[in-house]
Design a protein around this ligand. Structure first.
Ligand SMILES: [Zn+2]
Length: 491
């Protein structure tokens, strides 16, 4: 018997242990394995059993099912900290973009238990949610107790009378109910507290401070969308970052800045410098970016109150209506605002977005939004392939290994404090969850555009979720739904 076959045989029959390990369910052979957790970057063969990485071998492996990954990169499945499309059909686009875990940490939800229930057994990818400040404010101040009730209030058009949940200060009783609601959300498994103060400007600074105090008390992170986003040197984005950093400093709460590209506008450099200086002083603060120069949110929200053009440094023509692709005008803006719905906001510069993508430690997160009648922001389908294709391969903005770290290990570590199960994600070491994304570094690219966002990325032929092959040679395997909940573990 030739020596070459000995190791392969060993893993089938077990040499010298007397025990024969159970056969492998899946082997991924011949790929360039890149594992940010162990700094491994080399040709290896992965053996998968019972949804876990059983071994990382230097020898090819045999199994019930095998994937030939020769010439391809084998990376941990991508962990997206920021998606609003979970449960709204987003998983079919995200999984083909290499995402195996998708988390709704910015908006969050209320009730959290109902959010998890709704997804049980229905998702292609793993999923999780934070306790949401706005959803809980809606629950308390508009007296609703269901997700449907929250969604109805959240998407209602602007009829000239702003709702209490967004614009009214909370009474002491409402503040207490808000705190109790968030606590219940985290006890139900919520992965932290997410807020978007720019869309709930009635939230006092004391109320926001309370969110940080509660997060620290429960040892979960804050996911922060700034109060102020804008170009003004005094009341603009820097002021928003300073409110968040002051609260993080005063409470010691772990803090994550969402979508730094749209939040920072032209202030990316001073804002990144402040975050890095805070890190150097021991604060646990992190941030993320998506690779597009346009943002998107509800046109009915407070972001478009008052003189938004001066605040954001844009005008009507920078707003795009997704369903038609038409740009808005002074004449029709009020009508769209009254109707309500997601609008695309062309307001960021590519050099600022590129600066963030190239900055060590800044994570990649999509801010995916549900597609409506096949239209919407392309970030829900193309974010990760876009970084690997355009910013790694074409522009050289960031190295391949560092890019993979930004979309796997770093986001997993960000959530790990609240959910220790994340110690098994974002890495390809033995014992880790078998969430694996296999892509061709020479071909991976996004196709989703503002005109036609429902176009899957290509160059990612295989995606494995919890040991189940969900994408096989570029196509979704029918009937697969191996997504499992990512929940906070009670201390
Ligand atoms: Zn946001």
């Amino acid at each position: 018997m030739s020596l070459r076959r000995l190791p392969l045989l060993c893993c089938l029959i077990g040499c010298g242990t007397g025990e024969s390990p159970a056969p492998l369910d899946l082997a991924i052979n011949g790929g360039r394995v890149i594992d940010p957790a162990s700094d491994l970057d080399g040709i290896r063969h992965l053996g998968i059993r019972d949804g876990r990485i059983a071994l990382v071998s230097e020898q090819p492996l045999a199994a019930a099912d095998t994937i030939d990954a020769t010439g391809l990169v084998v990376a941990p499945g991508f962990v997206d900290l920021h998606s609003h499309s979970i449960g709204a059909g987003g998983d079919v686009w995200q999984v083909r973009d290499g995402v195996t875990t998708s988390l709704e940490l910015e908006e969050g939800a209320s009730p959290v238990a109902e959010w998890y229930q709704d997804l049980e057994g229905k998702s292609l990818i793993h999923y999780g949610v934070a306790a949401g400040h706005i959803p809980t404010r809606i629950a308390v101040m508009q007296r609703v107790s269901t997700l449907a009730g929250y969604r109805e209030w959240r998407t209602r058009g602007e009829d000239g009378v702003p709702p209490r949940w967004s614009h009214a200060p909370a009474s002491p009783e409402e503040l207490a109910a808000l705190r109790a609601g968030l606590l219940a959300g985290i006890e139900a498994g919520g992965l932290g507290i997410g807020f978007e103060i720019a869309e709930s400007p009635g939230s006092s600074r004391e109320e926001v401070l309370m969110l940080f105090q509660l997060a620290k008390e429960l040892n979960v992170p804050i996911y922060a969308h700034l109060r102020q986003m804008g170009i003004d040197p005094i009341t603009g984005s820097l002021a928003g970052v300073q409110e968040v950093l002051a609260n993080a400093l005063a409470t010691g709460a772990s803090t994550h800045f969402v979508h730094l590209g749209s939040s920072s506008l032209n202030y990316v450099k001073p804002i990144v410098a402040m975050i890095e200086a805070a890190q150097a002083r021991g604060l646990d603060v992190t941030g993320e970016v998506y690779p597009y120069t346009a943002a998107s949110t509800g046109i009915q929200t407070a972001l478009f109150d008052g003189d938004w053009r001066a605040r954001l440094g844009i005008s009507y023509g920078d707003l795009e209506w997704p369903s038609t692709g038409a740009r808005l005008s002074e004449g029709n803006f009020a009508e769209f605002r009254r109707r309500g719905g997601a609008v695309i906001i062309h307001m960021m510069k590519d050099e600022n977005v590129e600066y963030l993508i190239g900055r060590p430690g800044i994570m990649i997160a999509s801010d995916a939004m549900p597609f409506v009648e096949g239209r919407g922001h392309p970030r829900g389908a193309g974010t990760f392939a876009r970084v690997l294709g355009r910013y790694v391969r074409e522009k050289g903005t960031v190295g391949l290994v560092e890019a993979i770290r930004k979309m796997t290990y770093l986001p997993a570590e960000r959530v790990r404090g609240a959910a220790p199960m994340m110690a098994r994600k974002g890495r390809l070491t033995a014992g880790a969850d078998a969430d694996v994304t296999i892509f061709d570094p020479a071909a991976v690219i996004d196709h989703a555009t503002f005109d036609r966002p429902e176009q899957a990325s290509t160059g990612i032929p295989w995606v494995v979720v919890g040991g189940t092959v969900v994408v096989r040679q570029g196509s979704i395997v029918p009937g697969a739904a191996p997504g499992r909940p990512v929940r906070r573990a009670a201390p």
